[in-house]
Design a protein around this ligand. Structure first.
Ligand code: GDP
Length: 393
């Protein structure tokens, strides 16, 4: 799929920078990107985006220092300076772009406030769908982050064609600081979405037997709302020997190359089918980017990537049927992505889900936070003696 990424704010910029690194490293040409921010230093810290693709907004109001966690200001600056962003997109050229993906941390200020504004403008101007890959804050970041995320999310589901979420708190390890986890979390993000969004392109081993093309991803996401992604990998047993060098696909999934396999390890027929089925089950029942009640999914897409010998058509069909039996909707698309590797990977896109406890919890925190801050504004005022006259009225 040809994707135009816009990294908005610090998290968005860093993650998009990683997508570009991934595309360069795997000799792809599917991704193009710009980064937008109100903070100059965040833009300077990026490593893979061209300098001309880094867009600083709000220079007159915040002078390159960012908006802190004030997402109202993030939204206002984006409204005021939308032309600067649209010009940067134009300058880059959308070429054969099939979808826009805005990436941002929803708990902060710039990306949280700016993303919904940008989604609205992109939708006005281009016919291609506009998706958001949104990062939810961890509760320990404080109630303001949750409040920001809830407001941004409530706006995004109206403005964007679909909002795919990654929940930082579900991915952070026990005892690990959120900042310390960013690099690892960003790897997890790029691994899943990198593979999903590369679907349909012609890889080194040609096109799949059951190719997933861009229109299938778009149709899966067309119900809007909130979506989540599952992922699992398994080492193949019947792979043809691969070069010592890490193959293209191993670089995607981030695994080191291992040595050759014995031919007698070959799996046949039913074994292959059941391995694919169990891999897809693991992807859907394991840790999702946004933990959710998967039975409430409207549409799903199953992508299985790996050596052609292991990409069993019957297995993929069975896996699709299994997914269909377990979700609310009836539309399950799917296919394969052949790649030389010692691994088979399954990505399951659960689109338009109706129940995600973390989102419900975020909305509750946001409501409480709003009520508390209104009460504080009203009640918590230092009362001065009214008999003292002010200097002037
Ligand atoms: P902004 O620059 O004002 O848009 O705000 P940030 O992007 O800095 O932060 C917003 C949210 O993104 C917070 O909840 C952070 O925890 C999260 N965040 C910041 N950087 C990263 C990152 O590199 N990876 C991930 N997964 N989350 C991040």
């Amino acid at each position: 799929m040809k994707v135009f990424f816009i990294g908005f704010g610090q998290a968005g910029g860093k993650i998009v920078d990683r997508f570009i690194e991934f595309d360069n490293r795997t000799n792809g040409s599917s991704f193009r990107a710009i980064a937008v921010n109100t903070a100059r230093t965040d833009l300077m810290g990026l490593q893979h985006l061209n300098f001309e693709d880094r867009v600083l907004i709000g220079q007159t109001s915040v002078k390159g220092h960012g908006v802190g966690t004030d997402n109202d200001t993030g939204a206002q600056i984006t409204f005021d300076e939308i032309d600067i962003i649209m010009n940067a997109i134009d300058r880059k050229g959308i070429g054969d772009t099939e979808a826009f993906i805005i990436v941002s941390g929803l708990g902060g200020g710039t990306g949280s406030g700016g993303s919904p504004v940008l989604a609205r403008h992109l939708k006005k101007i281009y016919k291609e769908p506009v998706y958001v890959l949104g990062i939810l804050p961890a509760p320990e970041e404080g109630r303001l982050y949750s409040y920001n995320a809830a407001r941004s999310l409530a706006t995004l589901v109206k403005e964007a064609d679909n909002v795919i979420l990654f929940d930082n708190s579900a991915w952070k390890n026990e005892g690990e600081s959120i900042k310390g986890a960013f690099d690892r979390l960003n790897d997890e993000i790029v691994r899943r979405f990198g593979l999903l969004f590369r679907a349909g392109e012609i890889g080194q081993l040609g096109i799949g037997e059951m190719v997933v093309d861009s229109s299938e991803i778009i149709n899966t996401l067309r119900g809007g709302g909130i979506s989540s992604v599952g992922y699992a990998i398994s080492e193949v047993i019947n792979s043809a020997p691969v070069e010592k060098d890490r193959s293209f696909f191993d670089r995607i999934i981030g695994r080191k190359q291992i040595e050759e396999r014995r031919p007698e390890d070959k799996l046949l027929g039913e074994d292959k089918t059941s391995r694919i089925l169990s891999l897809v089950r693991r992807a859907m029942l394991g840790r999702l980017t946004l933990p959710c009640e998967y039975t409430t999914t409207s549409r799903a897409l199953v992508l299985v990537a790996g050596p052609p010998d292991d990409l069993d058509r019957k297995g993929i069909e069975k896996a699709k049927s299994w997914v269909e039996e377990n979700i609310a909707g009836v539309e399950v698309r799917g296919g394969d992505y052949p790649a030389q590797s010692r691994y088979v990977a399954a990505v399951v896109l659960l689109a338009s889900i109706a129940d995600a406890p973390r989102v419900t919890n975020l909305l509750e925190i946001a409501k409480e936070t709003k009520a508390t801050s209104e009460r504080i504004d009203e009640e918590n005022v230092l009362k001065l003696d009214e008999s003292i006259e002010p200097l002037f009225e």
